[in-house]
Design a protein around this ligand. Structure first.
Ligand code: PLP
Length: 390
């Protein structure tokens, strides 16, 4: 009797839901499962931020509706952080939108910009939420392959100019989920040039901006001259401050796009709970040593994981950023078959690459989301399957 709207048909169920269900089935059987499949930070939020929320929750001002588009103090706090970290000037009043996590904005931007049939350029492999936004808007995706030989950057010169002229929006995500690749300033200069030449809006997803390795600090798209004319950056506290459950994110940059996103947010949410906004502002303006510690922790884990991979003979490139490792699947398996094998025979959950797009086939993604001992144990268990000749 219930007839869903056509747009529901294009909306896939959350890819991770399937992964979680498979892992839970094993846990229910009493198996000691090591879950490296999801991108959920395992560390708690720094205590000073939690304490600020506890205190702010008692403020009766926050028990009322928050102002539409959120409190100015939080927009000022994120603008200040961008100035300090990247030298980027943002007008808090017009160039900042507060989001319920980066996710909401990444979905909404397609609704802001795409009419049914409009083309959106999407990285493959890439974060699946880009697809959901395009599907809800009735847009069409054109995939940009991210290949190992190009360091997982899209080859902009390979995009058919006619197609590029028809595209209205393009997603970009460095440090990258799932490949762990990092982009440099020159790449973003090419992106701005491409966006200008073809009148395409750029959505730069900077969710892992705080996590760079080997002394490399990831570049923000907004550092590129002209970036604000052509696009926005999505920034989130989820990974930087271990605040994934708090749902605080931002769209930063182009004022016209920010205004549209704000308008949609106002209709859906009004804004986040004021106490969360106050604690989020403290995260951004308070001591930042927790962020450096967080990046160092992931780097130690990455190193431990790769030492263990080396011992079992599983050869792969180390990620330059993000907390993901992108590892090739041995011959004879699809990524899903291989992930199933690791779950059933080694009690290790990894994400099959095909879940991130057709060019993700042939790889699995491991998250650095357990301590070094657990990561090493996961690899040792995999090593016992004898698949790599190590
Ligand atoms: N973008 C990428 C690439 C992600 O991996 C994630 C979360 O896993 C997000 C965005 C969403 O982050 P948020 O928690 O801010 O919604």
């Amino acid at each position: 009797r219930i007839k869903p709207a056509d747009r529901m048909e294009g909306l896939p169920t959350q890819f991770f839901a399937k992964l979680v269900a498979k892992a839970n089935a094993q846990i229910a059987k009493g198996r000691d499962v090591i879950n490296l499949g999801q991108g959920n930070p395992d560390q708690p939020t720094p205590p000073h931020i939690v304490e600020k929320l506890q205190e702010a929750a008692a403020n009766p001002l926050y028990h009322k509706y928050p102002p539409f588009s959120g409190y100015a103090f939080l927009k000022e706090a994120v603008a200040k952080r961008y100035k300090e970290d990247y030298g980027v000037e943002l007008d808090p009043a017009t160039e900042v939108a507060i989001l319920f996590g980066g996710k909401t904005g990444l979905v909404e931007i397609s609704q802001c910009l795409l009419n049914p049939g409009d083309i959106c350029l999407v990285p493959d492999p890439g974060y699946p939420d880009y697809w959901s936004g395009v599907a809800l808007a009735g847009g069409e995706m054109s995939f940009m392959p991210l290949l190992e030989k190009n360091s997982y950057l899209p080859d902009l010169s390979a995009i058919d100019p006619e197609l590029a002229n028809r595209a209205k929006l393009m997603f970009m995500n460095y440090p990258n989920n799932p490949t762990g690749a990092v982009a440099g300033a020159e790449f973003y200069e090419d992106v701005v040039q491409f966006a200008r030449a073809h009148d395409v809006v750029v959505a730069s997803d900077f969710a892992y901006g705080a996590i760079g390795y080997d002394g490399v600090k990831p570049v923000s798209f907004l550092q590129t001259p002209g970036a604000k004319e052509v696009g926005v950056e999505f920034y989130t506290l989820s990974k930087t401050y271990n605040m994934a459950g708090w749902r605080v994110g931002f769209a930063l940059g182009n004022a016209e796009v920010v205004a549209m996103i704000n308008l949609i947010q106002d209709h859906y949410y009004c804004s986040l709970f004021g106490g969360i906004q106050e604690a989020a502002a403290l995260a951004l303006t308070g001591p930042q040593d927790c962020v450096a510690e967080l990046a160092a922790r992931y780097e130690r884990r990455r190193n431990a994981l790769f030492e263990a991979l080396d011992r079992i003979g599983w050869k792969a490139e180390r990620p330059g950023g993000s907390f993901f490792c992108w590892l090739p699947v041995p011959d004879g398996y699809t990524s899903e078959q291989f992930a199933d094998k690791l779950l059933l025979e080694a009690d290790v959950v990894v994400a099959p690459g095909v879940g991130f797009g057709t060019h993700g086939e042939g790889y699995v993604r491991l998250g650095l989301l357990s301590d070094e001992a657990r990561l090493t144990e996961a690899v040792e268990r995999i090593g016992k399957l004898g698949l790599f000749g190590g």
